[in-house]
Design a binder for this molecule. Structure first.
Ligand code: SAM
Length: 192
């Protein structure tokens, strides 16, 4: 078995840390762990999703796993705000993937610009805690409205503050917790 490349791990961590210090809305000092990625991607129920949207894709750790698990005829629109992280995300090459450097609060405009009227699965790592109360409600309302019937919204978050709001916009909310991540995260699965 090969040894882990500690220099590469260190440079990934330091690179993420620098982006985090420059832009606190990045909200994580490391990319999601494989445990959090696995739990989140499983919750997305990708066998039935044809149009998939990712909010806050960063360098694409979750994006790559979604691409591994999604159907060959599905499309993935991955959105990231931070320019430095977006540069890495845009290097992922897959004909089913479209990357967008933009703000998810403009999701309806972004989707329309890419010829989509709705989505079957939306996954989000964006820190809702950084938005105003009104901003959180607006994004959840738009997200729910854009989901096709039977669609689902999966959000991985550090705190539980989103739960009552999710209940306002979705018919059911499942809550899981993944401790094997720095920091530990909740994974909320909200059904339209
Ligand atoms: C917790 S990180 C997610 C990291 C990544 N998906 C992963 O699994 O490692 C949150 C990401 O959301 C991005 N973000 C924050 N606010 C955003 C916004 N309004 N629109 C788009 N991306 C945003 C941040 O730049 C950051 O990359």
């Amino acid at each position: 078995m090969s040894e882990p490349d500690h220099d590469a791990l260190d440079s990934t961590f330091m690179g993420y840390m620098k982006v985090f210090l420059d832009d606190p809305s990045v909200a994580a000092v490391t990319p999601s762990s494989r445990y959090l990625v696995d739990r989140t991607v499983k919750a997305m129920d990708l066998e039935r999703a044809r149009v998939i949207v990712e909010y806050g894709a960063a360098r694409g750790v979750m994006t790559k796993r979604i691409l591994e698990k999604m159907r060959p005829d599905a499309t993935l629109l991955a959105i990231e705000f931070n320019a430095e992280l977006y540069e890495e995300l845009a290097k992922i090459s897959d004909p089913r993937l479209t990357t967008v450097q933009g703000d998810v609060r403009e999701i309806e405009t972004i989707l329309a610009a890419h010829g989509q009227a709705g989505a079957d699965a939306i996954v989000s790592g964006v820190p809702f805690a950084f938005f105003s109360g009104r901003g959180r409600h607006e994004l959840l309302a738009k997200t729910s409205a854009l989901l096709n019937p039977g669609g689902r919204f999966v959000a991985y978050q550090v705190t539980t503050h989103l739960i009552p709001m999710l209940k306002d916009y979705f018919s059911s909310v499942d809550i899981q917790f993944e401790v094997r991540n720095m920091p530990p995260h909740f994974v909320f699965t909200a059904l339209k």
